[in-house]
Structures are given as structure tokens and as C-alpha cells.
Design a protein around this ligand. Structure first.
Ligand SMILES: NC(=O)c1ccc[n+]([C@@H]2O[C@H](COP(=O)([O-])OP(=O)(O)OC[C@H]3O[C@@H](n4cnc5c(N)ncnc54)[C@H](OP(=O)(O)O)[C@@H]3O)[C@@H](O)[C@H]2O)c1
Length: 221
């Protein structure tokens, strides 16, 4: 599958979740561009990733706009407070592409309480802001960065929502490449469920001092 996707840009890939995805996908053989507001910070992240995985991984650094322009598929991994600003800055570069949005619209300090935006979800806000030429697919809201940034097996499923079926299927494949099972769950409006679940998981994390995820049961053998 790594041949089918030329390159993946991860905007905010210097952070916890984006860095974890960069680690998983570059280890799986994908060509990853780590994006940042500053190219120097992205370059530092590349050096650190190569220290862990070796020089042979195909990972490079750029500023967010150049990374979004260069890649076939783009992933947004910045905190919700910077979701709209970051998307506006790369709107032109995203036209005709798939955008994976991992954003959970948390509003500190009450991150353990579901507080979805008026549009329904962060992914719907992204779709409205970017327009219909961008295939927004929401995923990874229920996976802790701590798992992605390890070599452990990840005992966690991923819900994948988006209006375009082929784009959802492609992202399900990328979830599998990152070491988890992905479930296509229908239109981008259904991202509200994935985004809301994160505050529920935060409550569980506080009780059990863990990084909880979700698993789908009842599937055929
Ligand atoms: N952490 C998790 O376990 C987890 C799990 C599921 C989903 N998520 C979602 O993943 C996203 C990223 O979470 P995270 O924990 O990885 O966040 P983070 O580490 O705090 O930040 C990610 C990156 O966002 C960029 N950023 C910070 N301030 C910014 C600003 N003012 N404007 C634009 N970019 C800015 C930074 O990149 P540069 O400084 O390099 O530009 C930073 O490295 C969030 O939407 C979160 O809801 C996180």
C-alpha cells in the first residue's frame, strides 16, 4: 500500500499524536513529511525519529504549507484551538486531496466533558471550511499518542468517518498500516461520536491511570 500513496504530510507532526503517526507510518515504509510552523522544528523531529528507527526511513521536514503542497495525502494533528487557523493556511494546498483530521474538540479545562462545536464535530467544521473538493476523513481520535510512540502492539480500534467511501477505505488501510484495525463508520457527521468518545476515555484514564481505547465486539469469526 505504501506504493499507492506517494507521500503523507503530517501538519503539527512535531507533536505527540502526529509524531506517533509519523513513527508508525515511516516504520511501515511510507514516505512521510513532518510539517511544522517552523521547518527547523520539523527537522529536529526528523533527527529524533531517525535516532529511533534508523536512517533508512523515508521521512523529511518542511513547514506546514510546503508539506501540504508536496504531499498526496495530508493529516492534521494540532490542538483544536488551532484547527481552523491551520486549515485556513493550507486550504489551497489541500484542494483535490484527502485530509485526515484527528482533532478532538476539547475545551480545557473541562476535557473530560463532551463539548462538541455547533457544527456537530471538528471534522464537519473542517469539511465546511475546506469545501467539497477536499475529502475530509476523521480518524484516530480514540488512540492515545503514548501507544503510537511505542513499539508495543496497539490493542485499540479506530473509527473512520468521511463522506467519500473510497477515501474512508484508503484511510482504513492506513490505520492497518499503523498497527490497528479501522472501521469505516459512514459520513463525516458521524465523527461526532468518535470525538465525543475521547472525553469518555479521559474519564476512564483518570480512574485507572491508563491510556484507554475502544474495541468493536460482535464481529463474525
Ligand atoms: N495526544 C493524544 O493522545 C491524542 C489522541 C487522539 C487525538 N488527539 C488529537 O490530536 C491533535 C494533536 O494533539 P497532540 O497531543 O499531538 O498536540 P500537541 O503535541 O500539543 O501539539 C501538536 C502540534 O501542534 C502545533 N501547534 C501548537 N500550537 C500551535 C498553534 N498556535 N498554531 C498551529 N499549530 C500549533 C505544534 O507544532 P509546531 O510547533 O511544530 O507547529 C505541536 O507540535 C489534537 O487535535 C488532539 O485532540 C490527540
Amino acid at each position: 500500500m505504501s506504493q499507492a500513496i506517494g507521500s503523507i504530510a503530517i501538519l503539527g507532526g512535531t507533536g505527540a499524536l502526529g509524531g506517533g503517526l509519523a513513527r508508525r507510518w515511516s516504520k511501515a515504509g511510507f514516505d512521510v513529511i513532518i510539517g511544522s510552523r517552523t521547518k527547523e522544528k520539523a527537522a529536529d523531529a526528523v533527527i529524533k525519529l531517525k535516532e529511533v528507527l534508523g536512517d533508512e526511513i523515508k521521512v523529511s521536514a518542511d513547514d506546514n504549507v510546503s508539506a501540504a503542497k508536496a504531499a498526496d495525502l495530508v493529516v492534521l494533528t494540532v490542538p483544536y484551538a488551532h484547527h481552523a487557523n491551520t486549515l485556513s493556511a493550507v486550504k489551497a494546498e489541500l484542494q483535490g486531496k484527502i485530509l485526515i483530521d484527528v482533532t478532538v474538540p476539547l475545551r480545557p479545562p473541562k476535557v473530560g466533558t463532551v463539548q462538541l462545536p455547533e457544527a456537530g464535530s471538528a471534522a464537519q467544521e473542517a469539511q465546511a471550511l475546506l469545501g467539497e473538493e477536499v475529502k475530509v476523513v476523521s480518524a484516530f481520535q480514540n488512540v492515545a499518542a503514548d501507544h503510537l510512540n511505542s513499539d508495543r502492539e496497539i490493542d485499540c480500534d479506530v473509527l473512520v468517518a468521511g463522506n467519500n467511501k473510497e477515501a474512508r477505505q484508503l484511510v482504513v488501510g492506513l490505520v492497518e498500516a499503523a498497527g490497528m484495525k479501522g472501521f469505516s463508520i459512514g459520513p463525516v457527521a458521524n465523527s461526532a461520536a468518535s470525538e465525543a468518545l475521547t472525553s469518555v476515555l479521559i474519564q476512564i484514564n483518570r480512574q485507572f491511570k491508563c491510556h484507554a481505547g475502544i474495541k468493536i465486539s460482535g464481529l463474525p469469526e
